[in-house]
Design a protein around this ligand. Structure first.
Ligand SMILES: [Zn+2]
Ligand SMILES: [Zn+2]
Length: 209
């Protein structure tokens, strides 16, 4: 069985998890996990994902407040120009400590919790309006936070469904495919169709560079 700390997304948090009121900054690049979007819109597996923020310990767990930035690739749904942007997402995530039953009860000094339901209720109170799905477990008795699932979930949710190169993208000419953004006055009354098609092809090639 692989050790939790061998994960590419593992962050050691043992020193902040020892007691409440501690903070550990994080400024680290992780490889993008698989499963974020597809070849049209998404984040390529292994791409650099930058996490900047801090872990802060409270009584029941760690709060990660961070800006996570990943290169999102997409295609404008109107003009089909390839888009690639560093996409920042601000996250606030709770990593609760494992249930007290799993620990040495003499150390915790707290009454045991009532299992899963009690734990989720507690999380909701702490996280306020945040949904419980923004909660991830700590590993190896609270020594490590693994950010793989957090990064994947964050960008699966954040990638645009109908990406546009700009809000008022004019799209392509339905007759010849020329990019109307490049030529707002484009029309077919006097323009030679063959030339316009070539211009459209050229514009697409240039946009891909
Ligand atoms: Zn466009
Ligand atoms: Zn045209």
């Amino acid at each position: 069985m692989p050790r939790p700390e061998d994960s590419q997304w593992a962050v050691s948090v043992a020193q902040v998890a020892s007691r409440a009121g501690q903070s550990k900054p994080i400024d680290q690049v992780f490889p993008a996990p698989s499963g974020i979007g597809d070849h049209v819109v998404g984040v390529r597996e292994g791409a650099d994902v930058h996490v900047v923020g801090s872990f802060d310990s409270i009584v029941d767990g760690l709060i990660l407040t961070a800006r996570i930035t990943a290169p999102v690739h997409a295609e404008c749904t109107r003009c089909l120009v390839p888009l690639k942007r560093d996409w920042p997402v601000d996250v606030t995530t709770f990593f609760p400590y494992e249930s007290k039953e799993a620990h040495d009860s003499a150390r915790s000094g707290r009454p045991g919790k009532g299992g899963k339901n009690g734990k989720e209720e507690e999380v909701d109170i702490i996280a306020g309006e945040d949904e419980s799905e923004d909660t991830y477990p700590l590993l190896a008795n609270g020594s490590f936070a693994d950010l793989e699932a957090l990064i994947r979930d964050t960008f699966v949710e954040a990638i645009p469904l109908q990406p546009l190169c700009r809000p008022d993208c004019a799209g392509l000419c339905p007759q010849c495919g020329v990019d109307l953004n490049d030529d707002p006055d484009h029309h077919h009354d006097v323009v030679d169709d063959r030339f316009a098609a070539l211009a459209g092809f050229k514009a697409m090639l240039e946009a891909e560079q």
